[in-house]
Design a binder for this molecule. Structure first.
Ligand code: EPU
Length: 338
């Protein structure tokens, strides 16, 4: 078990990995585990305190052993992709962070049909690598994602998308590794996709092991005119450069768009909040739904700014904004777990 302490409200809370747990991780992963790693180095928002352990499993075997060992020891774990939609609080993450981008990558064409080409992409592959791969081969369907950072696994888990398309439109299957060690292939029809979310079916729910890891996705891309694809991808890139802040630390759009009516960016803009700062965090003056780390922001600055946005938009327009960014970790070191 992880080290435990008793909080002021009498609850048992995790405080980090003990010596046995650290030793187990080193014997399993060797150089592929680092301890007390600042998460600001692994997220595009560039904030966040230390993760107890950052692990980079080399293959399915290591990942399976890691998940089952964590399960036996009751250590919480969290998968990270590109860290581009993740806000880690300043107290960091108690438990194990599992990064798939170093080793779980690669793209393979699995079926060259006359009209459709089927492609498998490992979860740690960069989404932009998949976009380039398809455009260079005259394959349509994922051009909307040009310029979206992050990994294929993250894009599937979040159902990444824009007004022009969603990852769920072209996805055919995913392969999931469950903490019990079972690898399961699920087809699109088995998957419950929504706006910026994927709910995995939970066949292992009886044992409580319902947190699966997406290992790979397969996609069906229709063949299309190469020149046309190049032009539309160029247009998407230009539109993004015009409308969104580039070359700065952000997590993309911070809030989900409301189900109807003006977008979150427009509401924040109309509320007059663009350019507002708290500490090192700032609301982009280009696009209202982007919060920027100006270099020295703490997660707390970003969260305070997000609270101000939520309160102002609720008061002025009666709309409740919900973060799209996944917020994890502890406000202060040694409070509750993931
Ligand atoms: N708008 C404003 N002021 C602003 C920002 C936007 O008036 O400060 C207006 C725009 O003029 C437009 C409308 O709001 O009429 C929508 O804006 P935009 O086209 O920029 O799209 P969005 O809904 O804000 C969505 C995705 C983005 C994606 C763009 C691509 C969400 C939450 N966001 O943004 O995704 O890049 O479309 O067109 O769905 C992300 O998910 O991280 C992300 C950035």
């Amino acid at each position: 078990m992880m080290n435990a302490a008793v909080s002021c409200d009498g609850k048992k809370v995790a405080t980090g990995l003990n010596i046995e747990e650290r030793g187990w991780l080193v014997s399993l992963l060797g150089q592929q585990v680092q301890f007390d790693v600042p998460m600001r180095r692994h997220t595009t928002l560039a904030v966040g305190g230390p993760a107890d352990a950052l692990t980079m499993p080399a293959d399915i075997k290591d990942l399976t052993t890691l998940l089952s060992g964590a399960r036996q020891r009751a250590i919480p774990w969290l998968i990270v992709g590109g860290g581009s939609n993740l806000l880690v609080r300043d107290g960091g993450i108690r438990g194990i962070v599992i990064a798939l981008t170093p080793y779980f990558k690669g793209i393979t064409a699995i079926d060259h049909g006359l009209e459709i080409v089927r492609v498998a992409a490992k979860a740690g592959t960069r989404l932009q690598t998949l976009c380039r791969y398809t455009i260079e081969r005259g394959l349509a369907g994922i051009t909307f994602a040009v310029g979206i950072p992050g990994s294929v696994g993250g894009a599937i888990a979040m159902n990444a998308g824009t007004a022009d398309g969603w990852i769920s439109d072209v996805l055919e299957t995913i392969t999931v590794l469950w903490p019990t060690g079972r690898l399961q292939r699920l087809s699109r029809a088995d998957l419950d996709f929504g706006y910026r979310r994927l709910c995995l079916p939970t066949p292992e729910i009886i044992t409580g092991d319902h947190q699966g890891v997406i290992i790979e996705g397969t996609f069906a891309f229709p063949r299309a005119d190469l020149q046309h694809l190049r032009i539309s991808s160029q247009k998407i890139k230009e539109k993004r450069r015009r409308r969104q802040p580039v070359g700065v630390s952000t997590a993309g759009c911070f809030f989900k768009n409301p189900p109807a009516g003006p977008s979150a960016g427009e509401l924040i803009d109309k509320a007059g909040l663009k350019g507002k700062r708290v500490g090192g965090a700032e609301i982009s003056s280009r696009h209202g739904n982007f919060i920027i780390n100006r270099g020295n922001a703490r997660a707390a600055d970003i969260l305070t700014l997000a609270d101000i946005i939520e309160a102002r938009v609720a008061a002025e327009f009666g709309v409740r904004l919900e973060p799209e960014v996944i917020i994890v970790g502890e406000s202060n070191h040694a409070s509750k777990s993931i």
